[in-house]
Design a protein around this ligand. Structure first.
Ligand code: GLU
Length: 383
């Protein structure tokens, strides 16, 4: 009854674990969740007000599929001022969240049997989205948090269409420095590959580290790069579902045609909220980064004090990705037992292609972090 394509897709573990934790809470259990990465801060009031205004002013009809012109322009302005890349508004399309933007990109760039280079650990949905397009993910493990170019070179074939760059990265918090990006750009150009650059965590970098958009390096690489981004993390707007794609005009035009038949426009009200997010005050971002930075250090310090756990300090995003291999448990077993025995939810590393690790989001309150760390410590002591 169900198509092969749909039957072959695995559910998202990031969303699955989080849903289980929420359900347990509804049943009255005192669950600490380090599951899905979503800021615990509320959406800033000016953004909420813009949405309420949109409703009251009846801005509740279809908009152009690609999003309202002022929003596409504001995104292009942001890409110029913040990322130092010059795009026309027609080179930007608004979608229903970052995940939708990435899905669109896979659908318009990939033909069946094409190959995609994917660094491990990778975000869970890249793999399934590549497969949904009929293409084949070629995994390349990072070595010491760096892209392994020797292995990339071995994996590249005449079927390789693009590579995915995610910096700052989910789940391991790595951030590519300028040298790595230059090397990656040269590698892509040498092999005539596209770069799909998922920049959703661009604002979340710590200790003065700089996030650089690979498309800003030079015009040649800009023409081979498609950027995916979203309002979810930066403005704490996960539920609003607004993301965007920027890239060469023909790629964006193809996405527009696809989106015409798939979703039409993203929600009109949420688009007005996103416009206010870009045009209004930006101080909420700074506040979040400062809070996450403190939580990051508390979480990593505590994790490293635990038996069998080894955690590198993440440079960006908002996840810790500790190794648990000395506990002798698989990541799935560790996660299941921790949830059942200590009411604490984390994501198994196997979702990201690394069974030796678990992922914890530190976009949650310090109080929850302290409580959850006590529980994980207790769990590790028991093993
Ligand atoms: N991207 C976030 C995460 O990795 C949200 C959940 C999801 O869409 O995967 O936790």
């Amino acid at each position: 009854m169900i198509s092969q394509r749909a039957s072959s897709i695995n559910p998202s573990l990031t969303l699955g674990v989080t849903a289980t934790a929420k359900k347990m809470r509804q049943e009255g259990k005192d669950v600490v969740s380090f599951g899905a990465g979503e800021p615990d801060f509320p959406t800033p009031p000016n953004i909420k007000d813009a949405a309420i205004r949109a409703i009251n002013e009846d801005f509740t009809y279809y908009t152009p599929t690609a999003g309202i012109e002022p929003l596409r322009k504001a995104i292009a302005d942001k890409l110029r001022d913040f990322n130092h890349i010059s795009y026309e508004p027609e080179q930007v399309i608004v979608s229903c969240g970052g995940k939708h933007s990435l899905y669109n990109i896979m659908q318009v760039l990939l033909d069946p049997k094409d190959e995609v280079l994917l660094n491990t650990p990778y975000w869970v949905s890249y793999l399934e989205q590549i497969r949904l397009a009929g293409a084949i993910p070629k995994l390349v493990s990072k070595i010491n948090e760096k892209i392994d170019f020797d292995n990339m070179r071995k994996q590249v074939t005449n079927k390789t269409k693009f590579l995915i760059l995610n910096s700052p990265a989910n789940p391991d918090g790595t951030v590519s420095d300028e040298n790595e990006l230059k090397y990656l750009a040269d590698f892509a150009l040498e092999h005539d590959l596209w770069i799909v650059s998922d920049e959703v965590y661009e604002c979340f970098v710590y200790n003065g580290i700089k996030q650089i958009s690979i498309a800003s390096l030079n015009d040649e690489i800009m023409e081979k790069t498609v950027i995916s981004n979203s309002f979810s993390k930066t403005y704490s707007m996960t539920g609003w579902r607004i993301g965007y794609t920027a890239g060469p005009k023909d790629v964006i035009a193809s996405i527009n045609r696809l989106q015409d038949h798939m979703t039409s426009n993203p929600t009109s009200i949420a688009q007005m909220a996103a416009l206010e997010a870009l045009n209004g005050p930006q101080d909420s971002i700074k506040k979040m980064i400062e809070a996450f930075d403190k939580r990051r250090m508390v979480m990593v310090t505590r994790l490293n004090e635990m038996k069998g756990i080894d955690c590198k300090i993440p440079k960006g995003a908002f996840y810790a990705f500790p190794e648990i291999k000395n506990t002798s448990l698989t990541s799935m077993k560790f996660t299941e037992r921790l949830l059942n025995e200590e009411n604490t939810a984390v994501i198994p590393g196997v979702a990201f292609g690394k069974d030796d690790n678990i992922r914890l989001s530190y976009a949650t309150s310090m109080q929850e972090i302290e409580k959850g760390m006590n529980r994980i410590e207790q769990f590790c002591n028991k093993l």
